[in-house]
Ligand binder design. Structure first.
Ligand SMILES: Nc1ncnc2c1ncn2[C@@H]1O[C@H](COP(=O)(O)OP(=O)(O)OP(=O)(O)O)[C@@H](O)[C@H]1O
Length: 239
């Protein structure tokens, strides 16, 4: 069954009893979730727990997948994947502008590229960019659409450790500036804590843990890490 998606004037996600299954195997088993406007949320879970399935459902790109429940999402949604998905036969700026209307589109595209640190690379081909630069271009392509909701499916998963650190900082900076709601799917507990204000753990087809990260509160990074690892069944001090 197709998801019931209606456009809202305010950017927020609301899921009620969302189910999705593949070949009779239930992956999402009645997910209830609200994502308030402007919140940065990370989604953790074991491999195969259904994180991408949930993200694709919210993005409205899971046509043909069996399921039920209600889903409300904002009108302007951008999605970033692990690979940049830039069209190799188009230069960087046209990639960013793809499908964008308006007289000021080019100006906005250039500004977005400058914002992600790719000013001056507008005429480069995607293959001339490093992996990190390609992901920067993908972020520019997302942000130029001024999304109310940014869905990111392991956007830094294929990058080296140093580039990943820089890209995390960039994403947080862009979020602070533009304030879309963000749902970041990641395998990386530390990435989730460093970036997000709320961390969810998907478990047995539902949200098993819903943790608020209070940066100004008394809890240190390590405390959140231990709780999240425990929810994921990882006990670091076990032999
Ligand atoms: N199109 C599909 N057809 C059949 N099964 C699918 C399809 N998409 C996902 N699945 C199955 O649904 C389950 C959840 O997949 P999903 O990709 O959502 O998990 P995930 O938590 O994102 O995993 P990972 O962290 O490894 O990317 C998996 O068992 C997967 O094989």
């Amino acid at each position: 069954m197709a998801p019931h998606t209606e456009q809202l004037t305010r950017p927020a996600v609301r899921l009620r009893g969302l189910t999705r299954s593949f070949e009779g195997r239930t992956v999402l088993d009645g997910v209830d979730l609200d994502l308030p406007a402007g919140q940065f949320t990370a989604l953790l879970g074991h491999s195969g727990s259904g994180k991408s399935t949930l993200l694709r459902a919210i993005a409205g790109i899971d046509h043909g997948v069996a399921g039920s429940g209600t889903l409300t999402a904002p009108g302007r949604v951008s999605v970033v994947f692990q690979d940049s998905r830039l069209l190799p036969w188009r230069r960087v700026l046209p990639n960013v502008l793809l499908g964008l209307d308006g007289e000021d589109a080019e100006e906005r595209g250039r500004a977005a590229l400058a914002e992600v640190g790719l000013g001056g690379r507008e005429r480069a081909w995607p293959t001339e960019l490093s992996g990190g630069e390609q992901q920067r271009a993908a972020l520019a392509r997302s942000l130029v659409r001024e999304p109310e909701l940014l869905l990111a499916d392991e956007p830094f998963g294929a990058l080296d450790a140093l580039t990943r650190i820089k890209m995390r900082a960039l994403l947080r900076r862009l979020w602070e500036r533009h304030r879309p709601s963000v749902l970041l799917v990641t395998h990386d507990v530390d990435e989730a804590i460093v970036l997000a204000d709320r961390v969810l753990v998907l478990e047995d087809g539902r949200i098993g843990l819903d943790l608020t990260v209070d940066r100004d509160g008394p809890h240190a990074h390590g405390g959140y890490r231990t709780r999240l690892l425990k929810a994921l069944g990882v006990f670091e001090d076990a032999p």
